[in-house]
Design a protein around this ligand. Sequence first.
Ligand SMILES: Nc1ncnc2c1ncn2[C@@H]1O[C@H](COP(=O)(O)OP(=O)(O)OP(=O)(O)O)[C@@H](O)[C@H]1O
Length: 293
Amino acid sequence: MTDIAVWFESVTKSFGTVRAVNGLDLRIRVGETVALLGANGAGKSTTVNLLLGLFPPDGGRVRVLDSAPRQAVAQGRIGAMLQEGGLMPGVTVQALLGFARERYPDPLPLAEVLDQTGLTEVADRYVDRLSGGQTQRLRFALAIVGDPELLVLDEPTAAMDVESRRAFWVNMRAYAAKGRTVLFATHYLDEADENADRIVVVAEGGVVADGTPAEIKSAAGGRSVRFTVDGSGAGDLHLLPGVTSVEVRGRTATLHTADAERTVRALFASRDRVRDIEVTGADLEDAVLALTS
Ligand SMILES: Nc1ncnc2c1ncn2[C@@H]1O[C@H](COP(=O)(O)OP(=O)(O)OP(=O)(O)O)[C@@H](O)[C@H]1O
């Protein structure tokens, strides 16, 4: 028995000519809550699907809870909330959770799951009559009903409003606090920051950064300098001292810099006038942009 819950070793997976996962190395310890963070197409869902044994890797090895993924899933040791997949219509919330419970060797009590996921009030409602947020809660309930050792969530809060989202993370953290391992994929950088012990940033199918939220922010380092581009254009901005990347949207330029003071001084020296200048500390979004650009 090891204390590694999830182990990817040099894993690759291609779809036709697209290499969705490219030499991925990742180890997650038992009890960790890890966010997989990356842009569209970075390889998050493919990683999750490999972890669940939905298809085999082309190369490398995936181990979950000391087993092959399919075996761990078959034993009911992994709970998953995926992006798609319909719920059986024509049954009530309670009945569906009841069926699901029977598939597991040691499920949680039904009342506890309903209570924990805020579904008690709609227990008798047909699943096709639920709101979007309630449907997501039911998906979460189905993921935890078997009391799995590992919980895998692929963009779990998509389609939830602010209040449902907040409530969802409270529930997720309560589950993680029982010593369970959680891996969730997200686009929401603030959610990764607030709800994970560790953030793994993926781009083009590989890990580009891995650390605590604080470490990720400081690894990307630096600050952002934002201003309105005037007649001088934006062509030479990447040459300014300290600048690590340049983004221009409309008339607003954002410079990511490792040395804001030198960048700002050189910026003022290089043009007659600099309008609407704003210097901010790198937030997680800037950090991820800097790491993946
Ligand atoms: N079944 C498939 N067939 C063909 N290409 C695929 C398939 N699944 C994924 N891909 C491609 O693999 C790459 C990685 O996709 P993946 O869904 O893993 O990314 P993601 O990080 O989850 O993206 P998103 O945030 O948009 O869900 C993308 O270029 C995608 O188009």
